[in-house]
Ligand binder design. Sequence first.
Ligand SMILES: Cc1cc2nc3c(=O)[nH]c(=O)nc-3n(C[C@H](O)[C@H](O)[C@H](O)COP(=O)(O)O)c2cc1C
Length: 402
Amino acid sequence: MLVNLSNKRILLGISGGIAAYKSADLVRRLRDAGAEVRVVMTAAACQFITPLTLQALSGHPVHTELLDPEAEAGMGHIELARWADLVLVAPASADVIARLAAGLANDLLTTLWLACPGIKVIAPAMNQQMWVSSPTRENVECLLGRGVVVLGPASGSQACGDVGAGRMLEAVELARHCAGLFATGSLAGRRVVITAGPTREPIDPVRYVSNHSSGKMGYALAQACVEAGARVTLISGPVHLPTPERVQRINVGSALEMLSVAESAVSDGCDIFIATAAVADYRPVSVAEHKIKKTGDALTIELVRNPDIVATVASRPDRPFVVGFAAETRQVEEYAKGKLRDKRLDMIACNDVSRADIGFQSDDNAMVVFWDGGSQRLDKAPKTLIARELVSLIARQINPSL
Ligand SMILES: Cc1cc2nc3c(=O)[nH]c(=O)nc-3n(C[C@H](O)[C@H](O)[C@H](O)COP(=O)(O)O)c2cc1C
């Protein structure tokens, strides 16, 4: 399988074991696959390999202390935990596995683990007898029961001279497994069209009417759909975001342009249409051919209603599964349910843009998703995670056996 971790944020936790030397190579492999890597080390790990090595390889300062005012002034521990899409503890010592299972938060690594909403993975490495010991077995079972992914260990000859299970998987294998964790296959073979960002409604050759949409939610969804195995066309208004890997992006300006591109993308074959774009409801009736000069104290621009892109797609006879977004500042739920019904959508994700901590420009979001006969609240989390949760809700609606 292709090792692709582009745009992924991985927090690598290193604990105190001989295999810590392999973590240096792991950082390189993860970065080569496109991931951004931040490293946190336990005190014992620093006895096996220097933070300086990991800093040089990751390109970022290494985090070692929980109670460090300087580190907290930069990327604080909660911020770091929430930054990560995936936390990987490699090597995971018997000791750190026990502390994770017990839910301790007595150093930086264990605290970050508890605070991280992302995917959690351990790569155990220890003497074979430590690995088969009852406490370690019970601790690993406990973590598995909580959804933690356990990679390895492999069997073979060990640094201590024993032979058996306890060797950490090689860096290249760990990187490949991590990439596999992002790829769910739940939308394998599906064709998805997503609109994202704002639209710009021209007034004259230099001015336009627009809004604050950053496009981040639509781009995160495009990425999540690709991870789930879909072929994705992203119709994007003007934003400052890189195109996710393996996504076909079509840039547009106005709502009319977005509608025309969306209609032809749907006609070309589309199973799922996701409308995250903040399409301007109105556009100037006419666009001045030349820049409008400053004249009187007031200027009136007459606006006319734009077509409703998501409703247009939903009313087609060959309609795909249609997901709309509602950005409301009040009575969020009531308006969202109204839109679900009136626009004949299959699903609507509604967020409260009056909240300063989520929404438009933020990296975070929180929403309530409604469909006919059901709803699901997605609590505040990075947009990348919310996107994956939403994709799995869509996949389950399309294929209830998932
Ligand atoms: C030379 C040496 C090698 C060690 N190797 C391992 C190991 O591979 N796996 C392990 O679980 N513990 C190993 N230990 C024990 C851990 O370093 C010890 O349990 C430590 O408290 C782990 O701390 P941490 O989990 O906070 O990183 C080793 C100890 C020494 C002295």
